[in-house]
Design a protein around this ligand. Structure first.
Ligand code: SAH
Ligand code: SF4
Ligand code: F3S
Length: 492
């Protein structure tokens, strides 16, 4: 954890905590007031337990998966802290919560493995509660398996009722039985919940939830539900509060930020939202994730090109370079239209860093399809790319497609792709050598004493001599020596 130990709760939520302290019954209506009541309730229960045990109770939250899960975990940690638990980095805690991911099979495997490894802690501490939440819990097979083979798990909940965590926590604290509460669908957006940020100076901000795209390989729409945007005024208010609390960089989060605002009563585009966020005084940097190429508008390119705060970096997942496969993947663009989009982006922002996600071994991928992917990688010249081996997700259309690719063919293609991605990444990264860049200082270097680590607007990592007092500030650093994917620098 870096630089932040206080839970961040809005003025409104603080008032709700006060107001509900003396209420005998919880407010009926679902929302933050009701959750505030349950936080007070949890605090009372934990107080009793602490007296009984003669020590403070602890929690540990482990997060798997993407930035949405990271942000959700900050909210869960905020609630646990307000309820009276003390945070611990290790899993020998009284309340251990795994916020899970299921985008690829190995994410699931890791969770089961990790659960097994809790056995010695459970033996030492019979009071220990283990809870599971997140995307994996939206799968029926998983919950059945937990119910049957992991009886010692105390609490299970999903992605749709995360905002009711305080209530579920109380239910679990008051029961010795396994509490399972997973719902198929819940469109409520609860504003104003507290959060315990990992970094004091930067924060993710959800601008929308869910996904409507149903790419044929992807399980996210099934476990996160339909797309739903937050009201712009709520987003702005949250960012203003974060800035007042010391945040200088925000990452606007959504599975497809380019379709932000479509379902709102007064529809707003993502570009319009960015124009508003730009105006927030004190905010220095804006990032966002993820951009679906099919919905990236010229208006957005315009806003990015003229912005003082939007970082010169765009994550634009391509998945494959084969138009034939892109169609079967249900991506709604072709190799040619993607390249044309990249041309427009580069024409407007010659200095832009582009990164991407690529899947290798999608069902039916031929050598020719794969060579198209290699070709697009060379043409775009990505600054970096996440390369994934296709993972079969039960329930998605691709899982039942014939012609699943054998492991050794995938391995060979994966290795060839990775080599190319790395060669290009190294070359792209070295283009900054000798330049002076504004670097947001993030943390102490984990390997070497006396060094600090930060990021440039292009999202390049830089290590440079400095002291911890610089954390959270933006300083000018000369990018002295490129080491492939990061830089060694010096302050100027
Ligand atoms: N909403 C984002 C992606 C979220 S998932 C977008 O559309 O860009 C992050 C990445 O995981 C995806 O971009 C994809 O490359 C990868 N992914 C998703 N499902 C996968 C699967 N079944 N097998 C392998 N990789 C997968
Ligand atoms: Fe998955 Fe596609 Fe939605 Fe991204 S856009 S989350 S890849 S379905
Ligand atoms: Fe994983 Fe869920 Fe994110 S499946 S990638 S944690 S939306």
């Amino acid at each position: 954890m870096t630089g932040n130990t206080e839970v961040f709760e809005s003025e409104e939520f603080r008032e709700m905590l006060n107001k509900t302290r003396t209420m005998k019954e919880p407010p009926q209506q679902d929302g933050s007031l009701r959750q505030a009541w349950y936080i007070n309730r949890a605090r009372m229960i934990l107080n009793e337990k602490e007296k009984e045990l003669g020590r403070k109770l602890t929690f540990c939250v482990v997060t798997f998966g993407c930035q949405m899960n990271e942000r959700d975990s900050e909210k869960l940690r905020g609630i646990l802290k307000l309820a009276g638990y003390a945070e611990k980095d290790t899993e020998d805690a009284d309340f251990v919560l795994y916020n899970t991911c299921t985008v690829r099979e190995n994410a699931n495997v890791r969770v089961y493995g990790r659960l097994g490894s809790l056995a010695p802690y459970r033996r030492k501490n019979p009071e220990m509660k283990i809870a599971l939440c997140g995307c994996m819990m939206q799968e029926k097979d998983v919950v059945d398996r937990i119910r049957k083979d992991y009886r010692y798990v105390s609490l299970v909940f999903g992605t749709h009722n995360l905002h009711r965590f305080a209530e579920l926590l109380v239910a679990s604290l008051m029961s010795d039985r396994q509490v399972i509460d997973v719902v198929e669908k819940d469109d409520t957006i609860v504003e104003n919940l507290p959060a315990e940020r990992t970094y004091s100076f930067k924060s993710g901000v959800n601008i929308m939830f869910g996904c409507n795209n149903f790419c044929s390989y992807c399980i996210v729409p099934y476990v996160r539900g339909r797309e739903k945007s937050r009201e712009p005024k709520e987003i702005i208010r949250e960012i203003e509060q974060l800035v007042a609390d010391g945040v200088v960089e925000v990452m606007l989060l959504g599975q497809n930020v380019n379709s932000y605002g479509k379902g709102l009563e007064d529809p707003v585009s993502f570009a319009d939202l960015l124009r508003e966020v730009e105006k927030i005084d004190g905010l220095k940097r804006i990032r966002f994730m993820t951009s679906h190429p099919k919905d990236l508008s010229d208006d957005l390119i315009e806003v990015m090109a003229h912005s003082e705060k939007i970082c010169s970096h765009l994550h634009l997942p391509v998945q494959s370079g084969s138009s034939r496969l892109l169609k079967i993947m249900n991506r709604h663009y072709t190799k040619e239209s993607y390249l044309a989009l990249v041309d427009r982006l580069k024409a407007a922002m010659p200095d832009l860093s582009l990164t991407t996600d690529i899947i290798v071994g999608f069902p039916g991928e031929t050598e020719e399809d794969f060579l198209e992917t290699m070709d697009i990688v060379r043409k775009v010249e990505y600054d970096s790319a996440f390369t994934f081996i296709y993972s079969k997700r039960t329930g998605t259309p691709a899982a039942s497609m014939e012609d699943q690719i054998s492991e050794d063919v995938i391995r060979d293609r994966f290795d060839r792709l990775l080599k190319e991605v790395q060669r290009i990444g190294r070359m792209r990264s070295s283009r900054f050598e000798g330049q002076v860049c504004p670097v947001l200082v993030e943390e102490k270097n984990r390997q070497e004493e006396g060094l600090m680590t930060g990021r440039t607007p292009h999202n390049l990592v830089v290590h440079f001599p400095g002291d911890e007092g610089l954390t959270g500030s933006i300083v000018n650093v000369r990018l002295a020596e490129s080491r492939g994917f990061y830089y060694m620098g010096e302050r100027v």
